[in-house]
Design a protein around this ligand. Sequence first.
Ligand code: NAP
Ligand code: G4F
Length: 346
Amino acid sequence: MKRALITGITGQDGSYLAELLLDKGYEVHGIIRRASTFNTGRIDHLYHNPEIYGKKLFLHYGDLADATQMVKLLYELQPDEIYNLGAQSHVRVSFDVPEYTADVTGAGAVRILEAIREAGLVKKVRFYQASSSEMFGKVQAVPQIETTPFWPRSPYGCAKLFAYWLTVNYRESYNLHASNGILFNHESERRGETFVTRKITRAVGRIKAGLQENLVLGNLDAQRDWGYAKEYVEMMWIMLQQDKPDDYVVATNETHTVREFCQVAFDRVGLDWEKYVKYDARYERPAEVELLIGDPAKAKKQLGWEPKVRFKELVEIMVDHDVKVAENERKIREVTGAYTAPSYLA
Ligand code: NAP
Ligand code: G4F
């Protein structure tokens, strides 16, 4: 039985990856942060399953800012594979907390890489770094591929670039099996509620259910290459099963504006988006990434991976889910007369 360690297991990707690895027979360990509120909503179905938790899935308190705990965990666990998905992952927020983002999203990767050396795991372990299309920033070529020069446009992008190069550097310096997945935006029913896609689909559900009046957004012209998260975590695993580590673009090779996302999402429930979407400059960023579109040809050729869920289907999956969530919330409110929708319903 292989043993995997996931940082960021409570996040969108971490939760899907945990499911995938458990399905493949792995023993899965995840690092979670202590919080004053519940933060395990995305993995509660695994955590509350007595056949899984404590038998195949184990959670450990820790933080990417805490190098000592990282070394201790790696000594204890001796994992075969490490997936570094933990991060302060919100681009807009990274402008508010640049130093924290550098520490967790950037230096967090070094802490794991050094812990691998400290625990004597260089020859045994395989390491995956969650790199990002945000590193292409002010894009130098269209579409973007593995060799496109980087030009990050946010503290988040800069932090991810640091972690990207460190991963390459440890591969070259110590012969560590370390790979970067350069993942373009990927979304799902589990996407964080403050990223634009989920903000839109939640609003659609809530407007339809009469729980919300409008939706306030920033830049509608930004273009993104949006794929389905469930398919993207599979690529993380595939990359670590190769004899040789390498870096891969994971994308759909299609791009759409935020405006188009709104159109398709509101259309799904028969509403005219223009009547509900308002603009507020506070959602703009000091520097914007205007266009992302990735060509995953290398992933297809070398690893046989290609995305199946395309833009319209992705929007519809998310809207259909959020319509149900909002309808539940409306019913709960009707019965209790109060706002009681628990966040894990999302
Ligand atoms: P997410 O939903 O925001 O999840 C981030 C995870 O990191 C959460 O589990 C979070 O824990 C954890 N975390 C935050 N700060 C931490 C810290 N100081 N120490 C330990 N863990 C910490 O992100 P995601 O969408 O799943 O993305 C997964 C990874 O891929 C991230 O590194 C992200 O930057 C990267 N990425 C994402 C995309 C995308 O489109 N989704 C594209 C490219 C790259 P809490 O639950 O406690 O907050
Ligand atoms: O959904 P977003 O916040 O995602 P963004 O900035 O592209 O970052 C995501 O994808 C990256 C991969 O490229 C990841 F590395 C990163 O961790 C994260 O998952 O914003 C998408 C676009 C932006 O251009 C933004 O300006 O939507 C625009 N937007 C317009 N109104 C908005 C809003 N974004 C947010 N979050 N909220 C708005 O109200």
